[in-house]
Write a protein that binds this ligand. Structure first.
Ligand SMILES: [Zn+2]
Length: 149
């Protein structure tokens, strides 16, 4: 015969409270998400190296420049950069952007191989290759913060 207990259940000594269990579950979920995020980022970085290298190779003869080295980085505030020695850096998060926007950053950095500034001549060089660069630049300014995993 079953006995009925109407007393509210007290947590057993040593057992986790519901709050503690929830907190643990949340922690495990976050840990898993972080693991997945790292794995995804590694894949994006690899893809970025291949894809951006190809886009650079495509635009270099069009612009009439070359580069010395290409790095894929994780920068919070920069999409790309170009050193005076011809080293190019690109943010892997560009892989989350529309392809035309990624192309804009590639063209922007390659045009710095001609003009190491943001002079009128520089923007003219960009516009020659990408006549709609203003819209692409605007998109990046307005949506860049959404390019996260
Ligand atoms: Zn620039």
């Amino acid at each position: 015969m079953k006995t009925k207990h109407s007393n509210p259940a007290q947590p057993l000594r040593g057992a986790l409270t519901q709050t503690q269990r929830d907190a643990l579950t949340q922690k495990q979920q976050n840990a898993l998400t972080q693991t997945q995020r790292s794995a995804l980022e590694a894949r994006y970085r690899k893809a970025a190296r291949e894809y951006i290298t190809a886009r650079v190779a495509y635009y270099e003869p069009i612009i009439g420049v070359t580069h010395t080295r290409l790095s894929i980085r994780d920068q919070k505030t920069r999409w790309g950069s170009c050193s005076s020695r011809g080293g190019l850096n690109f943010n892997w998060r560009l892989m989350l952007a529309p392809p035309r926007v990624l192309d804009y950053v590639v063209v922007h950095e390659l045009c710095h191989r001609k003009e190491m500034n943001h002079s009128k001549a520089f923007w003219h060089a960009v516009e020659t290759v990408l006549p709609d660069y203003r819209e692409l630049r605007k998109w990046l300014r307005e949506n860049g913060n959404t390019l996260v995993l």
